[in-house]
Design a protein around this ligand. Structure first.
Ligand code: IMP
Ligand code: MG
Length: 177
């Protein structure tokens, strides 16, 4: 099936405003602390790069990345999570914040949170830009959430369809050709 990008669901301005708020909130929660921010490749990179610049310098941030794949490139998540790239560093005794583009069924994040907890960090929290609540199959605590969105496939601002459209500055829905 062929798709094209359709209307804008979240504009650049709305994204920027919300991300500034989340950055301030993270600043209040982690002031004076070291925080390892873990970006989930590739979808979270655009969000993460704006988010970390919205966090005040009172938080001592370092970055690490993990790449996961949920088998296949379709608009449906299979639920099988494969680690394509693991973290470079240890998170033992560290404060950890996982940054993800979107929570859909919750399978990816619940798997990642469990996996991180086994490494004995001091704390693990989750920040997700988008949340499709209706689609949830397993519970995930999302500590910082950008927007709740309806059950529609979205692209842009890091999110892709088959690898495309990550570079769009706003979040768009897709429509059939
Ligand atoms: P979950 O495991 O079902 O929560 O799926 C999370 C992953 O599915 C995200 O990291 C995205 O890569 C992908 N995903 C889910 N919904 C969308 C969407 O609307 N657009 C783009 N990717 C999506
Ligand atoms: Mg993806």
């Amino acid at each position: 099936m062929e798709y094209r990008i359709a209307g804008i669901l979240l504009s650049e301005e709305r994204l920027a405003e919300r991300i500034r708020e989340i950055g301030q909130q993270i600043g209040r929660d982690y002031a004076g602390k070291e925080l390892v921010v873990i970006g989930i490749l590739k979808g979270a990179v655009v969000f993460l790069s704006d988010l970390i610049r919205a966090v005040p310098p009172s938080v001592d941030i370092s970055l690490d990345f993990m790449a996961v794949s949920s088998y296949g490139d379709s608009t449906k998540t299979s639920g099988i999570v494969r680690i394509v790239k693991d973290l470079d560093g240890s998170i033992k005794d560290k404060e950890v914040l996982i940054v993800e583009d979107i929570v859909d069924t919750g399978l990816t994040l619940s798997y990642l949170v469990k996996m991180m907890q086994e490494r004995q960090p001091r704390s693990v929290r989750v920040c997700a830009l988008l949340d499709k609540e209706e689609r949830r199959k397993v519970h995930v605590d999302v500590d910082y959430r950008g927007f709740a969105i309806p059950d529609e496939f979205v692209v842009g601002y890091g999110l892709d369809y088959g690898g495309r459209w990550r570079h769009l500055p706003a979040i768009h829905t897709v429509a059939q050709q």
